[in-house]
Design a protein around this ligand. Structure first.
Ligand SMILES: Nc1ncnc2c1ncn2[C@@H]1O[C@H](COP(=O)(O)OP(=O)(O)O)[C@@H](O)[C@H]1O
Ligand SMILES: Nc1ccn([C@H]2C[C@H](O)[C@@H](COP(=O)(O)OP(=O)(O)O)O2)c(=O)n1
Length: 650
């Protein structure tokens, strides 16, 4: 399974230009297709769901063209029902394509089959089919009644009068019906049964229909009159606003990670209901700024988000972002009136509960609510995303808690936001790492410790972990070439570092691990891939604010490939043997110059030749040869580079 590892972040600030709104993109495409005249659409969203709509329109005889490599399209409207009267349409998991096309095709007088991915076939559409049947449409649910796939046949449509549709499962049924009804040319009233959910999405529908010349008369949110003789007419050019739901991740990043983070493409003038996510964030204490076409969020003055109890029916999609923001609140939070989550790309209430628990939260799941109690400390976890773009985007925010997080199947964001993780990387600042790799006795440990002390950062002596593993394996009687056996020792290693001391269980092994037996043992267990894998997460957990200096052989290549500074520290083998000799004698340990030289040569060869994580100078590492350089000189070299790259704050 493909995954993306996000590093622990220090914070977030900056600015992001949002991709186009999915809701607006797919509505505008359909309206432009049904309208008379040519419509120019600017800044259309480029994503899977929009692709599905474009393919379907083409198959139905609508001519459209993309202007070069831009996000601007031209659609030649067909001025009524679709001209192609038969078709077999695959619509993936795009609800914003499936529902409106179902309604428009049911009233188009042709024979069509509509299907999608397996999850699409689990998402209800019965209420819409029922409403269309009241108009005389002939629609078959070919697998299970109430669910796609669908088979539509030509039928005598009886428009006019009153059509009833349920509004409490998905507001897309009402949207679909309203957008299709002008095809009949007859005045028809739609009455909503049950409390209409997600009203702001209906507001988008009405606003866009009006721009295409059809004004629907609304009485409360209960009944809607589509006028007779109404026809869609192209308004000429339509600009697609930035996606307000996508904005929520960046605004939350600003509120959690210090900020300010600004999103451009939505603002005060937006017709999307999800801009009200900013108000919800404000209730959590975030500081919000807003202009005509931008919104900005920063952390509360107190630094911590306030616990909340909110009815989120009006912003069902952006509300998912609040479930993850709850991890950063100062107490238990409740998200209410979110039952529609259960019929989205996945059962989002269930999925959210499972994944929030993985990072340490206590979660209570109800039919239409979630209660999230934030953990004292976030736990690193691999997050499953359920083919749901919003799950993937939401959980990227965990990294802002200074906690690494793995996102499984990160490409699912392509549904609405293919460049999401790149955009996230432009506002989130990873905890900085200096990776110092090089051969034995080149001075890595000494330099790493001094640099860390100068910066006030954490330090990781990764070699000592391999040494402790070798010692623990020898003590447990596990042969050093028994890969599974040593890996098991490594995975459960009860090792701790305490001010200058190394402890294995309750034993102080500070001196023991420096013995020649442990040095050569470490070098032997370090060639075993399963051992390296077992120590990977443990090493990455040393990365915490304000920064980390890590030394070893593969700090820059494997453990922290995104390190802001990589150093390859080396010296001639004679110089290194001389240093090691002096070091051992000073510690009162036995030492022999010739055997140290032989041993270093042998270990250099083994470290460089092993197939996993071999020792080498990476192309992006700075070379530091200390054969003729003292410790102070080496430390100054590294600190100069830190300054040049602006790696340390202040
Ligand atoms: N640039 C240097 N010049 C001289 N001696 C050094 C230098 N860097 C380190 N040393 C000494 O060499 C010895 C080995 O260094 P150490 O940090 O343990 O190496 P490593 O971690 O690379 O095995 C230490 O006693 C250290 O003081
Ligand atoms: N990141 C690391 C660190 C050390 N190792 C191996 C290499 C060495 O043989 C042992 C011990 O490492 P350490 O840095 O303590 O060894 P030296 O003091 O340099 O001899 O572990 C590794 O493979 N990967």
């Amino acid at each position: 399974m493909a995954f993306l590892d996000l590093s622990p972040m220090l914070g977030a600030s900056g600015s992001v230009r949002l991709p186009g709104s999915k809701s607006i993109s797919n509505r505008v495409l359909l309206l432009a297709a049904l309208a008379e005249g040519r419509t120019e659409i600017r800044d259309l969203l480029s994503s899977d769901d929009v692709e599905r709509m474009l393919e379907a329109l083409q198959a139905l005889g609508v001519r459209w063209e993309r202007k070069g490599e831009t996000l601007d399209y031209v659609v030649d409207g067909v001025g009524g029902p679709f001209p192609v009267k038969t078709g077999d349409l695959f619509l993936g998991n795009a609800g914003t394509a499936f529902r409106p096309l179902t309604a428009a095709l049911a009233l188009s007088g042709g024979e069509y089959r509509l299907s999608g991915v397996p999850r699409m076939h689990e998402r209800p559409i019965g209420d819409l089919v029922e409403a269309l049947r009241q108009l005389g449409a002939d629609i078959d649910c070919t697998a299970n009644e109430g669910f796609p796939p669908l088979h539509i046949r030509p039928a005598a449509i009886r428009p006019g009068g009153v059509v009833k549709v349920r509004g409490d499962v998905s507001s897309q049924f009402l949207t679909a019906l309203l957008m299709a009804l002008p095809l009949t040319g007859v005045q028809t009233t739609v009455e909503v049964i049950g409390e209409l959910i997600s009203k702001p999405y209906i507001a988008i529908t009405l606003e866009l229909m009006a721009r295409f010349g059809v004004k629907v008369e609304r009485q409360d949110w209960a009944s809607f009159v589509v006028p007779g003789g109404a026809r869609y007419r192209s308004p000429g050019t339509v600009f697609v606003e930035g996606d307000a739901s996508s904005a929520s991740y960046f605004l939350a990043a600003g509120a959690i990670g210090g900020g300010p983070v600004r999103v451009e493409g939505v603002g005060r003038g937006s017709i999307q209901g999800d801009v009200r996510f900013a108000e919800a964030l404000e209730q959590l204490g975030a500081r919000i700024g807003m202009g005509e076409n931008w919104i900005e969020a920063a952390a509360p003055a107190s630094g911590t988000l306030k616990a909340f109890d909110l009815d989120l029916n009006h912003i069902p999609d952006a509300a998912m972002t609040l479930a993850v923001a709850a991890l950063f609140a100062d107490g238990p939070c409740r998200l209410r009136n979110i039952a529609s989550w259960r019929v989205k790309e996945t059962d989002r209430i269930a999925a959210m509960a499972i994944e929030l628990r993985k990072v340490g939260a206590e979660v209570e799941e109800g039919a239409d609510y979630l209660r999230v109690t934030p953990p004292v400390r976030l736990l690193p976890a691999a997050i499953d995303t359920y083919d749901d773009h919003r799950m993937a985007m939401c959980f990227s925010l965990v990294s802002l808690g200074g906690c690494r997080v793995r996102i499984n199947d990160p490409k699912c964001v392509n549904k609405t936001f293919p460049g999401y993780f790149d955009a996230f990387a432009t506002v989130a600042q990873p905890v900085p790492v200096i990776a110092i790799d090089g051969p034995s006795a080149s001075g890595k440990g000494t330099v790493a410790e001094r640099v860390a002390a100068a910066l006030g950062w954490q330090v990781l002596d990764s070699g000592s972990l391999y040494r402790i593993v070798a010692l623990a394996a020898m003590r447990a009687g596990v042969a050093l070439d028994d890969e599974a056996g040593v890996a098991a020792v490594a995975a459960a290693l009860p090792a701790r570092f305490e001010t200058g001391r190394v402890l294995l269980g309750d034993d102080d092994v500070t001196t023991d691990i420096r013995s020649e037996a442990c040095s050569s043992g470490a070098s032997r267990v370090a060639v075993l891939p399963a051992v390296r894998e077992a120590l990977l997460g443990r090493q990455r957990d040393y990365r915490s604010a304000p920064g980390l200096v890590a030394d070893g052989r593969d700090m820059g290549s494997v453990v922290f490939p995104d390190a802001g500074l990589k150093i390859f520290l080396t010296a001639s083998v004679e110089a290194r043997a001389g240093r090691r000799y002096k070091q051992l004698i000073e510690k009162g340990l036995p030492a022999n110059m010739q055997s140290l030289l032989d041993d270093l040569r042998e270990r250099d060869a083994r470290d460089a030749a092993r197939p996993v994580a071999p020792l080498m100078k990476l192309p992006d590492a700075a070379l530091l040869d200390t054969t003729e350089l003292d410790v102070e000189g080496a430390v100054a070299f590294v600190l100069d580079l830190v300054r040049d790259r602006g790696l340390a704050a202040g």
